[in-house]
Design a protein around this ligand. Structure first.
Ligand code: CP
Length: 315
């Protein structure tokens, strides 16, 4: 049975297959053709954390595939007091694919271990495989093909999103330069790091000039926690950490001055949600090189392909 969790299990050919399928589905959608390939199928979507894009993209994607998506929020279910394993085992009797945005990836792995239906990690503390594949689809479209992407750069913090993006790119032969002064401790997966590093395609440096040299796309993600703020201002109890992070990460902000200085042709990317004025500036979001909203849209096209790939459905 196929699952999509860390991308450690998938090969470059698997990625190519999913991406080609996503491109086909997107073309069909744009042409107004039916993509009714999952008629009668149900996607179970279980969220232990909030979401905008993941919920909407999977739900809309499943509608377009002719199936149905059920949205479950942890706080509104019996998961709050019952044994998680039992609830997962019961829930998985009602659908064909289980999409899980979990607080702890160990629970995603537990769900997959039942091998009842395919499981998708929809952003745990360690991985975000759907985002990685949507990002690669976006870069491929803007570069005129997957084989045209040679180098990307990641700025800011190493985290769940950078983990899966780095691994997928590295397996596909794309060079990844990471300029990140800190790593989110919860996201660390030494096996994934070793696998990505073994490809010879990953370079870590704090020198922005070196990281950005030749990069066709520059990615970043949030490094300031939402809970630090109230009415747009830092809460007094988090002021020290807020100030510390600003000092550490601001030199790695993705902004137009940085792009103009080092890589004027590079695409500007962010997985969203964005913390404007921190990891990314408003001028970068609105810049002609920004492909951020294409990136958001591509979540749906890639997730449709992932659903078909997991269910081994041919188009
Ligand atoms: N990028 C992403 O996963 O967005 P959401 O958290 O809104 O789902």
């Amino acid at each position: 049975m196929r699952h999509l969790i860390s991308l450690k299990e998938q090969s470059a050919d698997d990625f190519r297959e999913i991406l080609a399928l996503a491109a086909t589905l997107k073309k069909k959608y744009r042409a107004g053709e039916s993509t009714d390939f999952l008629h009668g199928k149900t996607l179970l979507m279980f969220f232990q954390k909030g979401s905008t894009r993941t919920r909407i993209s999977f739900e809309a994607g499943m509608t377009e595939l002719g199936g149905h998506a059920i949205y479950l929020e942890a706080a509104k279910t019996q998961f709050m007091f019952a044994d998680l394993r039992d609830e997962l085992r019961a829930m998985m009797r009602f659908g064909d694919v289980f999409m899980f945005r979990a607080l702890d990836v160990a629970d995603v792995l537990t769900a997959a271990s039942f091998n009842r239906i395919p499981v998708i990690d929809a952003c745990s503390e360690k991985y975000h495989p759907c985002q990685a594949l949507a990002d690669i689809l976006t870069m491929s479209e803007h570069s005129g093909g997957l084989d045209k992407i040679k180098k990307i750069a990641w700025l800011g913090i190493e985290n769940n999103v950078s983990n899966t993006l780095t691994l997928a790119c590295a397996k596909l032969g794309i060079e990844v330069a990471i300029a990140a002064p800190e790593v989110d401790a919860d996201s660390i997966d030494t096996e994934l790091n070793a696998m990505a590093s073994a490809t010879g395609n990953v370079k870590k440096t704090l020198d922005l000039k070196e990281a950005l040299a030749g990069a066709q796309y520059v990615h970043t993600d949030t490094w300031m926690n939402a809970e630090f703020f109230e009415n747009g201002k830092p809460k007094p109890q988090f002021k020290d950490e807020y100030d510390r992070r600003k000092a550490v990460f601001m030199p790695y902000q993705l902004n137009v001055a940085l792009i103009d200085t080092y890589v004027p042709e590079a695409g500007i990317m962010h997985c969203m949600p964005m913390h404007v004025g921190y990891e990314i500036s408003r001028d970068a979001i609105e810049h002609k090189n920004s492909v951020i909203f294409d990136q958001a849209e591509n979540r749906k096209h890639v997730e449709k392909a992932i659903l078909l790939w997991l269910l081994e459905k041919k188009v």
